[in-house]
Every structure is written in C-alpha cells, then in structure tokens.
Write a protein that binds this ligand. Structure first.
Ligand code: FES
Length: 103
C-alpha cells in the first residue's frame, strides 16, 4: 500500500505551470497539466538547478540551467544534456488536496 502525504491544496498548484515546494523535507516540483497534477524531485539530475524555475510546456519541464528536459509524468529524460531520469511520485487528488506517495 502507498503511504500518502498531504502536500498542498489543489489551488496551490498553478494551472499549466510548475511550483516548487518542500514536502516532508523533500524539495519537490508540482505540475498541473490539463487538469492533472504530477510531482517530481525538484533538483535536476544533471546539475544543481531547480526545475520549478524552468519552463513547462505540455508534459515537459525544461531545466533553467542547460535546457535539458524531463517528462513530468514519469521523470524520463526527453532532451539532452539530461540522461538520468528524475524521480517522480504517485499523486492523488482527494478532498481538494494533493496527496503524494513519497516512499
Ligand atoms: Fe539541468 Fe544541466 S542542470 S540540464
């Protein structure tokens, strides 16, 4: 079973945009794309850049430092220079809140 952590309200995550937030001591990026919420680690796997300061287009987040990209649905790299996936987390929406499975 997944262990759900209450991370934010649905309204905290801006529509078709990204926001950085610390949840249970983890630096995370939350994305809202077409009404669905996704969560990944916030620090790029290529260097020390925060993805919440990057640019979200569709399901792709572009790193602000060297413009590498990840798919926010599964953390997979989609554009060089990133080669290593970023961790993504299961999300559920319940009672107007965003719950994350962080284990
Ligand atoms: Fe993100 Fe280089 S630090 S692409």
């Amino acid at each position: 079973v997944l262990n759900w952590t209450d991370a934010a309200t649905v309204d905290d995550v801006p529509t078709d945009d990204v926001i950085g937030m610390i949840v249970a001591g983890k630096d995370l990026a939350l994305y809202s794309v077409e009404g669905e919420v996704f969560a990944t680690d916030n620090i790029c796997t290529h260097g020390h850049a925060r993805l919440c300061e990057g640019f979200l287009e569709g399901h792709e987040i572009e790193c602000p430092l060297h413009q590498g990209k990840f798919d926010v649905r599964n953390g997979k790299p989609t554009c060089a220079p990133v080669t290593e996936a970023i961790r993504s987390y299961p999300v559920k929406i319940e009672g107007g809140r965003v719950w994350l499975a962080l284990d």
